[in-house]
Design a binder for this molecule. Structure first.
Ligand code: PBG
Length: 326
């Protein structure tokens, strides 16, 4: 082993060409998924206050937006729905003519090659804002499963390419897999939000999706942030139930979880760079307190270096533009 003065690690850092030659991690446009919020109605394009640059779109406004996304080379979008009417059982989530179902059809008609991933959860659709059915004041796991399965099936019927359950009920991947298979959708993959933590980083999303729980919080179903070994059990369980891709969420405060999952399982791994992570960067950049481009690329690179194959990020469009400039 050579040591200083034979070894000088600065030799390979002297010029950008040298640094590029030995660079270990590269973020690519093809790794990114861009989330979109869909509202029912028409002619709506409304910016989300705590997420500058991110909008809610009505289905008719989508073609322009997704043409831009596809032109930038972003391979996939992730859809979240905000219905006009919410009820106890989240019926708008699985209505065949719901906002998301319409949006899927519109996207597949205008840009067929763009992958449409759909979030499977009830929280945006329930009057109480929880991710499942309430029985005696508690989110009931097993009664929620058929509704999640029905939602996933309705998305597949509308043309979704991948379904992504984010509810954190036990057994949802199995329930969704069975429903898809029975419905003739054996070919549709499941991206499971496998290790999803009960995180304060979802704050801006809840404003965007109007999905704040009306009582209590999500800690009886989402994971406790201090736990790492439990994340491995969640991922193992979801893979056993049939998940094709697994996810860790949020990303930045959970890079250790991403690394452990990557080292333990061979399944493709996604990480969700969530709304609060985006809002922090935007707020500081607006104040002129940090260099937005450099910060975003450093964050995305860190998520990849930790082991994620796929990054779901609200920065996708800006990052794609920056990557093109290089
Ligand atoms: C729905 C869901 C949430 C997010 C994705 N799917 C919110 C939550 O669990 O409260 C958060 C995404 C983000 O913050 O960007 N269950």
């Amino acid at each position: 082993m050579a040591y200083f003065p034979q070894l000088r690690l600065r030799r390979l850092r002297r010029t950008e060409s040298l640094r590029a030659l030995v660079r270990e991690t590269k973020v690519e446009i093809g790794d990114m998924v861009y989330p979109l919020f869909i509202v029912e109605g028409s002619s709506i394009k409304q910016e989300i206050v705590s997420m500058p640059g991110v909008f809610r779109f009505s289905p008719d406004q989508l073609p322009r937006e997704i043409e831009e996304v596809a032109k930038l080379g972003i391979p996939a979008v992730l859809l979240f729905g905000i219905p006009e009417h919410k009820d106890e059982v989240g019926s708008a989530a699985y209505h065949p003519e719901g906002g998301i179902q319409q949006a899927i059809r519109i996207i597949k008609q205008s840009v067929p090659e763009l992958l449409v991933v759909t979030d499977i959860c009830l929280c945006e659709y329930t009057s109480h804002g929880h991710c499942g059915i309430i029985v005696n004041g508690y989110v009931d796991n097993d009664q929620t499963l058929p509704l999640l399965a029905r939602t996933a099936l309705s998305h597949a019927e509308a043309g979704a390419d991948i379904v992504a359950p984010s509810d954190m009920m036990d057994g949802r991947v199995k329930a969704i897999r069975e429903a898809l298979d029975e419905g003739g959708f054996q070919h549709i993959p499941i991206l499971a939000y496998a290790a999803k933590y009960a995180s304060a980083f979802y704050g801006p999303f809840r404003e965007a999706a109007e999905s704040t729980p009306q009582f209590g919080d999500r800690r009886s179903y989402q994971m406790d942030p201090p736990n790492l070994r439990e994340a491995l059990r969640e991922v193992e369980q979801d893979i056993a139930e049939g998940a094709d891709i697994v996810m860790v969420k949020p990303a930045l405060a959970y890079l250790d979880v991403i690394r452990r999952v990557r080292d333990t399982f061979d399944c493709p791994l996604a990480a969700y760079n969530v709304s609060g992570e985006y809002a922090m960067v935007k707020a500081a950049a607006q104040q002129g307190w940090l260099d937005e481009k450099r910060i975003v690329m450093e964050i995305l690179t860190a998520i990849k270096r930790a082991g994620a194959d796929i990054i779901i990020t609200y920065h996708a469009k800006e990052a794609a533009n920056w990557l093109k400039e290089e």
